[in-house]
Design a protein around this ligand. Structure first.
Ligand SMILES: [Zn+2]
Length: 253
């Protein structure tokens, strides 16, 4: 059995499971899965999981049972950037004290990542320009689209932060193709785009590749076919990243 990476999303999943009064029945929940990557055991992708360091941070606000869904892609962000990813269950009225402390930490400059919306035009931005001495902290609302919209509209503690709106088609400057070219990108794809905008190209590319491999295998699992040969280039690119991890000191640039 593969070791489960010790990061914020996995810790939240384990905790959320422990306080559940009923077993969680996710779609595809009956399939035996690798606890670490949440893919079917026979298609475990753990050996290709990249792990990097970045200046940018991510704060995932997860809706209710989201951390327990095998299909959740917020987890992939924590896989790639375990040192600078935080995860909390969303609450309208009782945000976790550690969440509030993180948002108030002067090291970070928070941005709420959300598609352009008419409700907060004055807060909208499409660029990441942290003040000197600060690093960007991207708040991602992790749930279905209606849940994300609810979290955006009903979290008064987020109302003071700029809203970073990303446009996927304008972003693929790095040869990265996003899977769905509409505003409803998966959480991990949004994070990969945001990393690009923030100039963290290596981390953005690693996350996009990890997402592509995960989603290819996850979708294959749903229709019970073997992962395709088209995975070879993903595996090679991820193996190259892991090779660099092993031979290079962390890139401080
Ligand atoms: Zn695995």
């Amino acid at each position: 059995m593969k070791p489960i990476p010790d990061h914020a999303v996995n810790r939240l999943r384990i905790w959320r499971k422990s306080v559940s009064t009923r077993p969680f029945l996710a779609r595809g929940g009956s399939v035996p899965r690798c606890e670490a990557c949440q893919l079917r055991h026979d298609w475990c992708a753990c050996e290709w999981r990249p792990e990097l360091k970045a200046e940018a941070g991510f704060c995932l606000l997860m809706y209710d049972s989201e951390p327990m869904k095998p299909s959740n892609t917020g987890r992939l962000i924590a896989d790639v950037l375990p040192d600078t990813t935080w995860a909390f269950l969303w609450s309208r009225t009782k945000p976790h004290p550690e969440l509030l402390a993180l948002l108030a930490d002067p090291v970070w400059q928070p941005y709420v990542v959300f598609p352009a919306c008419e409700k907060a035009p004055a807060r909208l931005t499409s660029v990441v320009t942290p003040l000197p001495g600060k690093k960007p902290l991207f708040i991602l609302l992790d749930g279905t689209w209606p849940e994300a919209r609810k979290m955006f509209n009903k979290s008064p503690y987020l109302d003071g932060f700029p809203v970073l709106s990303i446009k996927p088609d304008a972003l693929s400057t790095y040869g990265m193709r996003v899977a769905h070219c509409d505003e409803h990108l998966c959480t991990a794809e949004v994070a990969a785009c945001v990393l690009e905008v923030a100039g963290e190209l290596a981390a953005g590319q690693a996350l996009q590749l990890w997402f592509n491999l995960f989603s290819s295998r996850y979708m294959a699992g749903r229709v019970s076919r073997a992962p395709g040969e088209d995975e070879a280039h993903l595996q090679q690119a991820l193996a190259d990243i892991k090779g660099n991890e092993a031979t290079c000191a962390p890139d401080a640039a």
